[in-house]
Design a protein around this ligand. Structure first.
Ligand code: SF4
Length: 156
């Protein structure tokens, strides 16, 4: 419960590369550098789906990644917002003619799509910031629900 309170006003982003060329991931990592400083918006990027509000998924979803991506999605707590980043995640991109199991929205539900090969860090930040109000509202609703349940338990 304390963890929920602490996380209430921040957005945790889990980065998942499902077999892309790493170009998109390099741009996402650039968002952490002082030039873009994504953390100034209360957005934290890591690789832990259990702590994530938003999954940022890159790559075309190779055969090896299909099951893994589903597992990651299952592990992610609500509100489970997914942003597909880059041409490969959106359509298979340069891997379209290859043996892929994607694009991402064929495997898990996608809330926002960001095209580009790769998209610029400023575009990635805009995409995450644009879904932040919805993610925060959904988190607040869940937290209030949990609090209500706890109070009812104490009363009973
Ligand atoms: S969209 Fe372009 S940069 Fe991103 S993973 Fe695909 S090929 Fe690489």
């Amino acid at each position: 419960m304390i963890k929920d309170f602490v996380r209430k006003r921040s957005i945790n982003v889990c980065l998942v590369n499902t077999g892309g060329c790493n170009g998109c991931d390099i741009e996402i990592v650039s968002c952490l550098a002082p030039r873009y400083d994504i953390e100034q918006y209360g957005i934290y990027v890591h690789n832990n789906p259990r702590e994530a509000d938003v999954l940022v998924v890159t790559g075309p979803v190779t055969g090896a990644w299909e099951k893994r991506l589903l597992e990651i999605y299952e592990k992610t707590p609500e509100p489970k917002i997914v942003i597909a980043v880059g041409a490969c995640a959106l359509s298979g991109g340069i891997f379209k003619e290859g043996h892929i199991h994607g694009p991402v929205d064929k495997v898990i539900p996608v809330d926002a799509k960001l095209p580009g090969c790769p998209p610029r860090p400023s575009e990635i930040i805009s995409a995450v910031v644009s879904i932040a109000p919805d993610a925060l509202a959904a988190k607040e609703k869940l937290l209030n629900q949990k609090l209500k349940e706890e109070k009812n338990k104490v009363k009973a």
